[in-house]
Design a protein around this ligand. Structure first.
Ligand code: SF4
Length: 352
């Protein structure tokens, strides 16, 4: 049975004001969803729109930004009314943070104020969630226990803690309100291998406890290891989305295939060229046209819609005019630099 998503994003677009009075298009058509108990990894190169998407969902774009599309939070359970995240008032957004949505920013440790002890900051977070003094103390200690953060360090200032200790306190603060949706921006960036593994395990546990977890990352290995579903972004567009085993095992978009080809196990073949920095400057066709080895004239003339990937049941979607050619595998026009293992059809499963 398909579960109702906690977060549904449909055709999200955003334009930021420029100094010359014009606008800068930063998101063009981002679509994905994430259900309770699921980890969704939003992947792509720098400038693909990953962090900008999170910023829009959190309502943190500049005041004069123009946002279109839909982003709806469906709190799990029978009593929760859907909440449109775009255009929330500051008051409603603050009410939602912590209890409805937890945000783990990139370098979560910087979320803690340097001039106050971590204990006072955690207690304040608990009080802001509506707990009285005694109850706040209990909630703080329970959060610390869950994240393995040391109680005896509560009296210290952030600069007196190691990076790992800070991360655990920051996570405890962000997730104290028992949210239904966790948004994590590059959660393992800059961490050593052990710490990255601990962070990934914690995010998995958040999902296993029934939360929807959205992870923004440029690290495809993290997406493979952690995510149930993947959304691949390019130049502010979702170009491919679906179950991670399908998207990363049998990509049906040349950009996803090229990202995979750049991994060491596929020969470390980096994708040539740069992604367009300003989506508004792209012609009306496919945003990947200038770098795509499967390019044909139609690609520049017509923006490909996100549609079911060839041979899929509709859950795996791609925005490519030539997805059928990619699904046909090495016998057809396999793009240069994309390994056969990446484009070959899955064993015993039609063309996809
Ligand atoms: S639509 Fe054309 S340019 Fe875009 S990814 Fe597909 S083949 Fe490449």
């Amino acid at each position: 049975m398909t579960r109702r998503p906690v977060l549904e994003v449909r055709d999200l677009g955003a334009r930021l004001p420029r100094r010359d009075g014009g606008h800068h298009l930063v998101l063009h058509g981002v679509s994905f969803s994430v259900a309770p108990g699921e980890v969704l990894a939003v992947v792509g190169e720098s400038g693909a729109g990953k962090t900008m998407t999170l910023t829009a969902l959190l309502g943190l774009l500049p005041a004069r930004a123009e946002v279109r599309g839909e982003a709806v939070l469906h709190p799990p359970g029978s009593g929760g009314e859907p909440v449109s995240l775009l255009g929330l008032s500051e008051r409603d957004r603050r009410r939602l943070r912590g209890r409805g949505i937890a945000h783990l920013p990139q370098g979560a440790a910087t979320a803690l104020t340097p001039v106050r002890t971590v204990g006072s900051q955690l207690r304040e977070t608990a009080r802001a969630l509506g707990h009285g003094r005694a109850s706040a103390e209990r909630v703080v200690r329970a959060a610390l226990a869950r994240f393995g953060a040391e109680e005896e360090l509560l009296g210290r200032y952030p600069h007196q803690l190691s990076g790992g200790q800070l991360q655990r306190f920051a996570n405890a603060a962000a997730l104290m309100g028992d949210p239904c949706l966790v948004l994590a921006d590059e959660p393992t960036a800059g961490l050593d291998e052990d710490r990255a593994a601990t962070t990934a395990a914690e995010l998995r546990r958040q999902a296993d406890e029934g939360r929807a977890v959205l992870v923004v990352t440029h690290d495809l290995r993290l997406a493979e290891d952690l995510a149930d579903r993947v959304a691949v972004l390019y130049a502010g567009h979702t170009v491919e989305t679906g179950p991670s085993a399908r998207v990363l095992g049998h990509p049906r978009h040349p950009y996803t295939a090229a990202l995979l080809a750049a991994l060491p196990r596929h020969g470390l073949r980096p994708l040539a060229g740069e992604p367009p920095q300003a989506v508004g400057h792209v012609h009306g066709g496919c945003p990947f046209a200038d770098r795509c080895p499967l390019f044909v004239d139609r690609c520049r003339a017509e923006l490909p819609a996100l549609r079911p990937a060839p041979g899929s049941d509709g859950d795996h979607r791609t925005a490519c005019h030539r997805a059928e050619d990619l699904a046909a595998g090495p016998a057809t026009s396999r793009p240069t630099g994309i390994p056969a293992t990446v484009v070959a059809p899955p064993a015993g499963g039609g063309t996809c």
